[in-house]
Design a protein around this ligand. Structure first.
Ligand code: HEC
Ligand code: HEC
Length: 495
């Protein structure tokens, strides 16, 4: 009955509107079908014939169900990831389901990661991250494809041949449980914050290959202090004691907000969650610990609603004051705006009311932006004011690396300026080397302080700096020698 009533009102209002319009346009204006090309035929846009047909349609998967690790092979229009606030089953069943699935899933993740990477644990003797405690891991640890003896032999092949013979070792890395997805924290974080241990999945990287925890924090406003935290993780209970006398009231308020936990989809007090106990949620610094990163990962929110979205590792917030492109694909232009819209919390507006809304007022997100803007890069004692190595402080190998960076290796084309970043998005066209969905343009990341933030690339696929150099050597077809690649890594460690 109600429906008929509504329909009548709707029809009535259309009629009223239509009668106010010139006769010849009438009702059509209200719902014009739009233009359409007759006999539409798609050009291949250089992706190759049948490109879309070479991709697999995403299977019809429910929340919590396992998803393929080779997600790059999937594409096209998919089922929406938007959901209703109810789990696909009762909480008890959900818990039991994951208690059964998790051990096998984790065993398979370890096997997959070990097949892709040789996590040998080898370190660079005497080279540490900025806090001086955590060793820098030596690579490359990406495993070479069977039958290829060395990275030099691989880079002698053409992109077409590498693709045709399926030899590309740097394929994208997927969120290992993309159906539920959301934040996955590293083991060392979970040891200190057991409230963030998930019932369904753990991080896939060994702690040695992740950033130091807790990382030091440097402020643009207080360089004399060195690491302002003095080796502590900043929390809502200790921040005032650490920062009183160092910050303006605005910055202090912003810091507090960055530390305050708020509910998110999957970390909250409803049964729609992935933690054993109801959770107070997460804070910005749960991933961006001490304004840096602990290596937690998520899914890129931009290509929602598709389930086969890009995995994104947490970038550092250090030096954001120098960036106009925030987020690998969304190209958000200010930190205040970022704090306001941060979608990892409630990407789905329909879920917000259910889990507890997190709507920051503009004044609050501005203050978060204010604190964000004083987070500095770590000191780089070997660099002069022009961002060039000070010759008397650098080794011959580091100087060679610098020369290659600006010359033969072409890194400086996209990584220049005080933060070694051009602030553009680039399409590296990595899909020239494998059959799969193109990832499209991604923002260039700064290289200042880069030794502190493994694993590399937006989706963490490169565990070490050596792997990153091998990656660029291959995709930019640079043909660097083994000695030249080592020199580039030595230079990157100075930045
Ligand atoms: C999963 C844990 C996680 C939490 C919690 C989190 N972030 Fe992030 N943050 C990320 C990831 C992952 C990215 C990269 C997104 C991308 O590339 O699309 C990111 C990117 C950013 C960037 C852009 C950095 C850059 O180099 O492009 C800023 C700024 C930022 N986050 C601020 C915040 C703020 C403010 C909050 C709290 C409101 C927050 N983040 C909470 C994981 C997190
Ligand atoms: C055409 C522009 C371009 C050139 C040339 C280039 N890069 Fe990059 N670089 C990028 C982009 C874009 C990304 C991010 C790609 C992604 O995340 O998928 C990136 C990412 C990186 C990263 C990882 C950053 C992080 O935080 O994860 C490192 C390290 C790096 N580049 C080093 C180099 C080196 C060394 C060279 C030279 C051998 C080089 N790049 C050449 C554009 C470029």
């Amino acid at each position: 009955m109600k429906k008929i009533y509504l329909f009548a009102i709707l029809l009535g209002s259309c009629f009223l509107l239509a009668t106010n319009l010139p006769d010849d346009i009438g009702l059509h204006l209200l719902q014009s079908p739009g233009a359409e090309v007759e006999d539409f035929q798609e050009p291949d846009y250089g992706l190759g014939d049948g490109h879309i047909d070479s991709l697999i349609a995403f299977p019809d998967i429910k929340k919590g169900e396992r998803t393929p690790f080779d997600l790059w092979r999937y594409g096209g229009k998919g089922k929406s990831s938007f959901m209703d606030p109810n789990l696909p089953m009762e909480w008890d069943e959900w818990l039991a389901y994951h208690q059964k699935q998790k051990p096998k899933l984790m065993a398979d993740i370890r096997e997959y990661m070990n097949a892709r990477y040789d996590f040998s644990g080898e370190v660079y003797e005497g080279q540490f991250m900025s806090g001086g405690r955590k060793a820098i891991m030596k690579g490359p640890v990406v495993r070479l494809p069977r039958g290829i003896a060395s990275f030099e032999a691989l880079s002698a092949l053409s992109p077409e041949e590498i693709k045709a013979r399926d030899l590309f070792p740097f394929k994208p890395l997927a969120h290992p449980l993309a159906s539920t997805a959301h934040m996955v924290f590293p083991d060392n974080w979970n040891e200190v914050h057991p409230e963030h241990v998930r019932i369904d999945v753990d991080h896939d990287y060994p702690d040695e290959y992740l950033p130091e925890f807790p990382p030091p924090m440097f402020l643009t406003t207080h360089r004399e202090m060195g690491d302002v935290t003095k080796g502590k993780e900043i929390t809502i209970s200790n921040y005032y004691e650490i920062f009183n006398g160092l910050l303006t009231p605005e910055q202090m308020e912003g810091l507090k907000e960055l530390l305050r936990t708020t509910p998110t989809t999957w970390f909250n007090q409803t049964p729609h969650r992935v933690t054993l106990a109801p959770s107070a949620g997460v804070s910005c610094f749960s991933c961006h610990v001490n304004g840096h990163t602990n290596g937690a990962f998520e899914l890129g929110p931009d290509s929602r609603p598709h389930l086969a979205r890009l995995r994104v590792g947490t970038p550092s917030m250090r030096g954001n004051y120098n960036l106009m492109q925030l987020s690998s694909k969304r190209s958000i232009r200010s930190m205040d705006h970022f704090a306001e819209i941060e979608e990892y919390f409630d990407g789905d507006p329909g879920m917000m009311q259910h889990i507890g809304p997190r709507a920051h007022q503009k004044s609050v997100s501005n203050r978060m932006g204010d604190f964000n803007a004083i987070l500095d890069f770590p000191p780089a004692p070997k660099l002069g004011p022009m961002g060039k190595l000070i010759a008397s402080k650098a080794t011959d190998q580091e100087l060679l690396g610098e020369q290659l960076f600006w010359g033969k290796a072409q890194c400086g084309t996209c990584h220049y300026g005080p933060a070694f970043v051009d602030d553009y998005m680039h399409d590296l066209k990595v899909e020239r080397f494998y059959t799969g969905r193109p990832e499209g343009p991604i923002k260039t990341f700064p290289l200042r302080g880069i030794k502190d933030s493994p694993p590399y690339l937006h989706d963490d696929r490169l565990p070490t700096l050596d792997d990153t150099v091998e990656f660029f050597n291959l995709i930019l077809e640079l043909k660097l020698t083994a000695e030249e690649k080592d020199a580039l890594v030595a230079f990157l460690m100075c930045l």
